[in-house]
Design a protein around this ligand. Structure first.
Ligand code: SF4
Ligand code: SF4
Length: 133
């Protein structure tokens, strides 16, 4: 039996489809939802642990639905030398993985809360947030 952790990225068109239901019912997969989030544009990110003999078929099904599937070996990290603690990212991070610590006003990063939405990579003016594979 295959067990893997993956990140799914949904467009607004696919975010409300019963994807998990089909993975369980049609492909006999065991799904453990580790993290999930939908942004104001109705785009979704979900981190799943998937187990089952039909793992590959289930992933093909997801991709045919237009869902981007990435292995969880990917992680977001912060380049501490580059970060200026400007705070821009903290306002856009949906899970408060990036947050302002008071009273110091330093910007902290808690990787455990990160759902890999990649918003901070677009926001950061000095490119301090990076994807590590
Ligand atoms: S990728 Fe960046 S913005 Fe998204 S959850 Fe992780 S730290 Fe927050
Ligand atoms: S936007 Fe970039 S420079 Fe500003 S606090 Fe976030 S990681 Fe640091």
């Amino acid at each position: 039996m295959t067990t893997k952790k993956v990140v799914l990225r949904f467009s607004a068109e696919t975010a409300d489809k019963p994807i998990i239901y089909h993975l369980v019912k049609d492909y006999d997969l065991i799904i453990n939802i580790l993290k999930a989030q939908i942004n104001p544009h109705k785009e979704g990110t979900m981190v799943l642990e998937i187990s089952g003999d039909k793992y590959d078929e289930g992933i093909s099904f997801l991709e045919k639905q237009g869902i981007l599937v990435q292995p969880l070996e990917t992680e977001v990290v912060r380049n501490e030398q580059r970060c200026t603690s400007c705070g821009a990212c903290s306002a856009h991070c949906p899970t408060q993985a990036l947050y302002i610590e008071r009273p110091s006003m330093d910007v902290r990063f808690d990787g455990e809360k990160c759902i890999l939405c990649l918003m901070c990579l677009k926001i950061c003016p000095v490119r301090a947030m990076e994807v590590r594979v």
